[in-house]
Unconditional design. Sequence first.
Length: 678
Amino acid sequence: MPHPNELLRDIFGFDVFRPGQEQIVEAVRTGQNTLAIMPTGGGKSLCYQLPALCRPGVTLVISPLIALMRDQVRALQEAGVCAGALTSANTEDETDAVWSAIEKGDLKLLYMAPERLATTAARDMLRRAHVSLIAVDEAHCVSQWGHDFRPDYLRIGELRRLLDVPLAAFTATADKETRAEIVEKLFDGIAPQSFLHGFDRPNIHLAFAVKNGPRRQILDFADARKGQSGIVYTATRAKTETLAQALREAGHSACYYHGGMNPDDRRQVETRFQREDGLIVVATVAFGMGIDKPDIRWVAHADLPKSIEAYYQEIGRAGRDGAPAETLTLYGPDDIRLRRSQIDEGFAPPERRGADHGRLNALLGLAEALDCRRASLLQYFGETGVTCGKCDLCDAPADVFDGTTAVRKALSAILRTGEYFGAGHLIDILLGTETDKIKARGHDALPTFGIGKEYDRRQWQAIFRQMMGHDLVRPDPERHGALRMTDRARPILRDEDKITLRRDTIKQALTRPAVKTLVSEEDAPLLSALKAKRRSLAEAAKVPAYIIFNDRTLIEMAETRPATLDDMASISGVGAKKLERYGADFLTVIAGEVESLHPSRRKLAGRAEGTVYDRLLQVQAELARGPDGCDKPMSCSASLLAKVAQLKTHDDGALTRILGDRRAERFGAAFLNVLREA
Ligand code: ADP
Ligand code: ZN
């Protein structure tokens, strides 16, 4: 049997294990029952795929989503592994191929959807197929508490007893209740070897911002990442549609997704997202488990998620390939009110509500954090000693002030008015504004009337929001959202404790943000050339682009520019099979870029127009198949691009004269942008 390290390198193309993988692989390979909890993108699939190759017979993989299984099977086949799936989406030929591979004893991994386990025929088949290991992906689907519950997952325990083989369960859901339920349902209550691993996702940049023209904030964020795949999460279905529309109007390729759509439409969005480079999906949380795209470059929350776990899971969908990814979470007082009332008015039993408020509090604490967000996030998951440098508060420290007096004034306004009013009226009292409501209720006679004039309305709003965020006050649904003091606030009111607050820095985006690139300016043209090569290979093979190579692998190629197949082999993600299949193609692209600059480009070398030319080339590659990626491929010759790069008058007419109508229609606006930015 080959050594795991050799397989890691030769089949999967990785030099080293990720944190935790090695121990899990070892436990699974040696046939122990295991439960591994690893964050999304941590590399769970390798933890059963690699042991499967070390063990005799077939490893049965149970996974809830057909599209994901088919993807994994394709990726394994690309790497030269004999793998197959039995799902309702199979063609007859595919099913036959799986059967004959089982009979010949060649098949190493067999993927099945849980509902397939229901029939006796399937169980008989599995008994004969020499299954030597069961791997269960998304094991939290056995949990009746979670919203991913799959009744068919309850059959897995029975199957394990029937086949009498070890079982390895994997999930990204860390909470104790779910863990206990997995042990109960899959392992008959006998604790397996458990691994709880590294919740840090160091490649994901974390940022929060207070809502201030939220639509504009999201559009700016997306504009700075044009052409990169992203998800925008919203709290309501209606908003997914309007925001997707706004993004399209701003020139992005975007669509919406929510639980109210019919299954076909949903599947269509899932497939497009999986396949295409640079599509934005605006979605509710219904867009979740079906998403297994490793090259999602950003996730934005247009509204605050419901808990710290939900936040972690949602941002965790970004950057699974390990390349840099960015996130932005917007929030405001209305979000806090909405999430509180959803908990109070939800169907959860009362004992769970307290826990749910706690999880929301943890997220609000993160939103209002005064220093490193990663440290606060991981602390919640029990990890300390975190190094970050990749969050907004590490980038620029928060501007803070001692808020004790301000909070005490606000609390006193709340108490003196019987905890019957919302922030708006309370701020009027603090500022001494004589509104009709104030006069009618005689609140101008209160000792707190006008005692808060050192701050303006906006600053008071920020103080009240932070008081909600720190759970010092809570909106009471039975009093139309009036703010009531919580026990947490008592020490501050009694002057036994102090509180530090943030001064909101309202950053107005004055200029359009520059496009964020994944590599330095010199490497950008090569990266887009490599991506174009990847796209054409993926189209020919009818697979998503990342199945060929993921972004991280291409970035490494662009940065290190391997010149030989040997150099190429040392790039992360290039295994032996892929080297053999694609190595030469990509080497040609790299060599072409390095040595033989197109003569038209060479003439511009060392001049500003040279850089413009490269940008045009990049923009052209992004639009090669139109803004939605579904049009006929089109490109301009190098000499045309050189002419555009040297154009002196930057207007539509001049550009159309060079490009002709058809090309001008596809590339004109984008090229003009490049010229104007230069
Ligand atoms: P998940 O834990 O979410 O199932 P995956 O198994 O899909 O994660 O892995 C996420 C990404 O990490 C994939 O693109 C995979 O190729 C990559 N990956 C896994 N293990 C390693 C490794 N040891 N070195 C580099 N990349 C890895
Ligand atoms: Zn940080």
